[in-house]
Design a protein around this ligand. Structure first.
Ligand code: 0O2
Ligand code: 0O2
Length: 225
């Protein structure tokens, strides 16, 4: 096994384990018929070219090392997407209570958005991975954000690839405007949160009822087959 492969193996294991655990949290809310603050969870191990870019940026030698593991906090990355801004605090609270990880830092880019317009809540945690050589503690970065924040970040991230961070002024201005529009969308949705959740509960109950077939109001709201 190559040196990098060996170095990254516990990160892969951590991402795989935490995806199952965090998706399990959502499942538990569903089983208990509660609105889940978690909409969906993704995760990835940072690809080597991105590790290379970031180590160059931070002036760290590009080689598997303790220094790299300590200074690149997002080699293992998880994302938890929420419907509403308030859910983010709920999710962070749930993470703080967990005994299988230890939070070492929190970065609130929601109250303090980045200059780009980026909003998200980051939790850096130490997570113990059990390996055949014993326990290995590694850092994981958990990004918690709304669907609207995620939409904006994904678009901006791909634009970054094209412009390599050097956006033309007009694009930068529009992206900042779009970030504010996304935030206003979050605020508007929060105002009707109760109605949205009632409708979602009704929809899933209706959809799952034996023998029922969902049909829209436009079709007369018929439920018979
Ligand atoms: P791109 O273009 O680089 O974004 P599965 O567990 O099988 O359901 P899968 O396919 O293994 O799912 O991966 P998952 O969990 O759906 O998410 C992978 C994608 O999410 C990756 O996209 C990452 O970009 C993104 N991602 C998820 N979590 C993080 C995170 O914490 N940090 C960062 N930076 N990215 C994250 P791709 O496929 O690599 O494409
Ligand atoms: P990728 O491709 O997603 O992995 P620090 O050392 O704390 O000063 P660092 O390590 O850059 O700075 O951490 P920071 O700023 O908390 O951001 C880490 C990750 O947050 C980034 O990882 C992105 O995933 C996301 N992020 C931060 N700022 C932005 C932004 O302006 N736009 C978008 N789309 N995402 C952002 P990477 O390694 O940059 O990228």
């Amino acid at each position: 096994m190559g040196q990098w492969e060996q170095f990254l193996a516990p990160y892969k294991q951590a991402v795989d384990e935490l995806k199952v655990k965090f998706r399990g949290m959502r499942g538990q809310f569903e089983t208990e018929n509660q609105n889940s603050p978690i909409e969906f969870v993704t995760g990835r191990v940072k690809p080597l070219p991105s590790i290379y870019d970031k180590s160059l940026e931070k002036g760290i030698p590009f080689e598997p090392s303790d220094r790299l593991a300590h200074e690149l906090q997002d080699i293992a990355g998880l994302r938890m997407m929420c419907q509403f801004v308030d859910d983010i605090e709920t999710v962070v609270h749930l993470l703080r209570q967990r005994r299988d990880l230890h939070i070492v830092e929190e970065k609130d880019y929601i109250s303090h958005k980045k200059q780009s317009g980026y909003r998200s809540y980051h939790v850096i945690a130490e997570y113990p991975v059990q390996t055949i050589d014993g326990e290995k503690k590694i850092l994981v970065e958990i990004q918690i954000r709304t669907l609207a924040m995620n939409f904006w970040a994904s678009i901006e991230h791909s634009m970054n690839y094209k412009y390599k961070g050097a956006f033309p002024e007009e694009i930068q201005r529009r992206l900042q405007g779009a970030a504010e529009a996304a935030f206003r969308l979050d605020e508007e949705m929060s105002l009707i949160r109760h109605e949205i959740q009632e409708a979602q509960a009704y929809f899933s109950e209706f959809k799952e009822a034996p023998g029922s077939r969902f049909s829209s109001k436009r079709e007369g709201g018929r439920t018979d087959a």
